[in-house]
Each structure stands twice: as structure tokens, then as C-alpha cells.
Ligand binder design. Sequence first.
Ligand SMILES: [Zn+2]
Length: 565
Amino acid sequence: MIQTKNIQLKHFIYVRKSTRDEKRQVLSIGSQFEAADNIAGTNCCNVIQRFAEEQSALKPGRPLLNEMLDRIERGEANAIICWKLDRLARNMVDGGRIIQMLQDGSLKEIRTYEKLWTPVDNVIHLAIEFGSANQYSRDLSVNLKRGIRTRLSQGIWPGVARLGYYRVPGTRRLVMHPSKGPLVRKVFKLAAKGTHSIREIRDLVFEQGLRGNGERSLTISATHRILHDGFYHGVFEYGGAKYEGVHDKLVSKELFDQVQAILRVRTRPRKRELKRFLYRRTFRCGECGCYITTETQKGHNYLHCTKRRSTCVQKYVREEIIGGQIDKLVHDLALPRIWINFCESEIVREKVLDAKAVEKRVQLLSAALAELDVKLDRYLDLLAERTISQNEYAFKRDRLEAQRAKLSEELRLSRTDHGTRFEPLEEFIRGLNEATVLDSVENPSEKLRFLRKTGSNLSIRDGLLIVDWKKGWNCAVLWQRKLVLVNRKSAKNPSRSTMRRFWNDIRTTFIPAEVMAIGTGSVVQLRDQPNVLVDAREEQAVFLPGAVRNRTGRAAGLGLELVCP
Ligand SMILES: [Zn+2]
């Protein structure tokens, strides 16, 4: 840290934390103040006032930041201390104002934990700091997701290694741990005999050296989880889909099935002890968050809050009333058959289009790679003829090699990504089908299972069932309501444009931002989105400030749809 006496300067301290995101890497308001006070202390800064704001800096115009900057312009202070530069701005409007103030001298310095910024600093660096944080985090998340999809398509478990495995350093492959692996296998073998209780099995392998987290023995429930985990015979689940893994199999499928059969028999008697209520451990109380339990009174089942934590004034509800509400919710999700058929045909059409786009993209990338090779050869010739120097050649070669690495990676991703993108959407459409089937039958337990699949945080408050719909399902509910509002008849015979709007809604929910191959041409503007530019040569969409997202647009003149993230 640079230390100078700052007697003539007057500092404002500014700390900020976004209300929603940034939870992980950002210090709390308190810690930011601590860091800022530290900076002020070591540099003998004269701190006039401290500002704390809880708001995202992605959009311009935070009230406290503006107040602070206004006061600096009025001369009340002339320097800022903050933990990191991105606390001040993550957009170019606020960032630009700060840079301007540094340049015209109303702001003499910005001190951060990492660096001191003064009017003589290169403004490009500042501009990058203000503008790039946002893009960086967006790219990171897209790349992470893409990386996970790629791994899944190769049968590689993307999460942490299970007990009994380790990851070969430098690769993603999971192999059997030399000492723990055989002991996990032993857990299965002992369980398959059916002569030991889970506790006995757990203690036996502990004696032989099987340790869980923190070198302690496994818990009973962790041992149960292992025994039910298909991962050990080579199959894992991720995001609701099953994958055939390429990791070492610790047990055979036969042994695994044998264990499942024994565990089923063993757990049966325990279940009989408790009276089976349909909605046991399903709902939370909407007032206090405790579990809702069921009780029989005078031949009727009633649901009520367990009231373990506080004084809660929620009353009893009849089971049938909740059952009726579940029927209603399933009905809300059951769209007319014609809508589902439309989605099914659209997804088939899009998959064909997508395959073509991928093919085209692979062609373009392969051609570009071949062209790079030609260029490289040409430079080598020039070097041999001594037309260019060794240094010039090395410079060109490195640049071309970097381009080649980037293109090769894109080519690899184009080949592997294809197809997996549509899976969540297909799963959703299967769900829509399921809803229409369930809507026409009387089957409370299946309906409950379906509700748990499509919604989360099921709770009851004042006799009303509350659900947070999962991805896509809120969209289905919304459209169903729209349909009811309009007319039941027209819902069964909708226009294609209405169905297309519905389709676009769910499609943008499930298929993330993507770059599409759009053929030849230069920069094109989306007709209804002046702030989104499509660069056909680079095959990417550029989002300028103010671009409207979550909408589809048509790339003018090219007849291709582009989905904005
Ligand atoms: Zn309660």
C-alpha cells in the first residue's frame, strides 16, 4: 500500500453491497467499513463522512452515490476510500462520471485496498475496471454451465467426489480410492447379507478405517445414503436427468439391487408404526415456518401447524380442503392438448434447425482453422526468405496459435453442446403432458408427487396452499390464467401467433443465451431491438446498454430468430 500524508485531502468512505447477488465474494458492509478505516488509518486520511448503500451497481443512479458525488462537486470533499473499485460502479454511466471528476480535478484520488487511483492514471484502466466486472461474471456463469453440460455428456460427475473415490489430479476422472473404495464396497457386501443392522455395518467399517468428514465415523443416515446411491454402480443423477457415468464402479448392479431389496424389507415394519397420512412432512406453516402435521378428529383428518417455535395463530384445516386446492393447482397446469402438441412440434423443428446451425458452425470453424494453417505456413515461408525477422515471425505465430486454440475449443464445444441444451425443455413438455393426464383422474398421492416436482416451498397459511413454482411452471400458470380470462373456447382453438408467444415464453426460460450461426453479412440490427447488434462475421450478439432482454427478435433480413439472454 502506498503511504503518503494526506492532510489537504478530505475523504468520503463509500461501501456498498448488492441486495441480491454478489453474496459470495463480497465483504459485508461491516467488513468493508473495517477495510476502509484501515486504509484511512495507515494513510492518515481526513475522513469527513461514511456512506453505506445496499443496492446493485449494475444499473446507473444510486441515490447515495449520487449524493456523495454531488457533494464532492460542491467541494465538500475531494477523495474517496472504498474497498474495491467495483463498489463505486459497475456500469459506464456512473463509472464515466467518476472518471470525468478525476480528470477535471474535483476528485483528487480514489483509494482502494489494492490500488491508489489519481487524475494522472490512464482512464482506460479505470473504464475497464468499472465496465468489466459485470461482463466477467456473466461470461463466467455461462462458461461454467457449459463446462458442466460438457462433463455430463461425457458421463463425468461434475460435483465433488463421493466417499470411496478421488479425482485424478489434472483430469476430471474419478477413480476408486485405494483404501476407502474397498471399504465402501464392504458396506454394500455386508448389507446384502441382511444379517447386520446399519449401525453394526457402520461400526465394522469404521474399525477397519472408513472415515467420513472430519475423520469421524459415518452417521447412520450417511451410511443409508451410500447404500441407496446408484453412483456406486455407475449411474448418477444431475438436474433431474440420469447419466451413465464413466467412473470406476465400486459395486455391480446385481449387488446394488440385492441391497435395495433387503433395505425395503427392513424399513417396512417401521413405517407401519406411524399412521400413514397423505400429507405428512409435506407442508410448512406459512406463518411460522414449522412443519404442518396431520391429526384425526372425529373421523376427519385435519392439518395443523406443530407450533414448535413460537406462538402461531394458524388454525386447523380439513385435509379434503387442501386436497381440493391441489386438484385446482394441477388443473391450472393442465393446458389444452393443442398447446402441448404445438410445443412438441416446435421443439422437433428447432432441434432440426439447431442441428443445421451446428453443422454450419462446425463447417465455418473448420474452414477458419484451415485458413489459420495456411497463414502460418505463409509466415514460415516469409521467414525462410528472410522477408520478416525471427521476432516478427514469433509474434505472428503466437497470435495465430492463440486464435487457433480459441477456435479449436469452440469447435469442440459446438460438437458436444448440441442436443443437451434441449433436455430441460423436453422434460418440461413431458411434465405438461403429465399435468393434463393427472387433471382427469382422481389420484391424490400422484397429484401431490407432481406438485412437489413442479413447485417448491409448499406451505399453508390461513387455510390456503401456497407454492413457489419452479422454472417454467410459473409461465404455464400465467398462461392458463390468461386463457381463462379470455375465453375457454378460444383456448381450445387458439391462433398460431398466440401459441407462438406462449412457446417463446417457455423457450426463453429454458434455453439460455446462445450464439447462432447466421450465415453471411456484417453487423445487423434486430428490428425491434435497436440496442442489440448481431455480428454475422463474429457470429455473436452484442448487447448495448439499454438492451431489452427476455424477448425474442428477428435478425432483420436474415429471417433467423435470435434469443436474447
Ligand atoms: Zn405456524
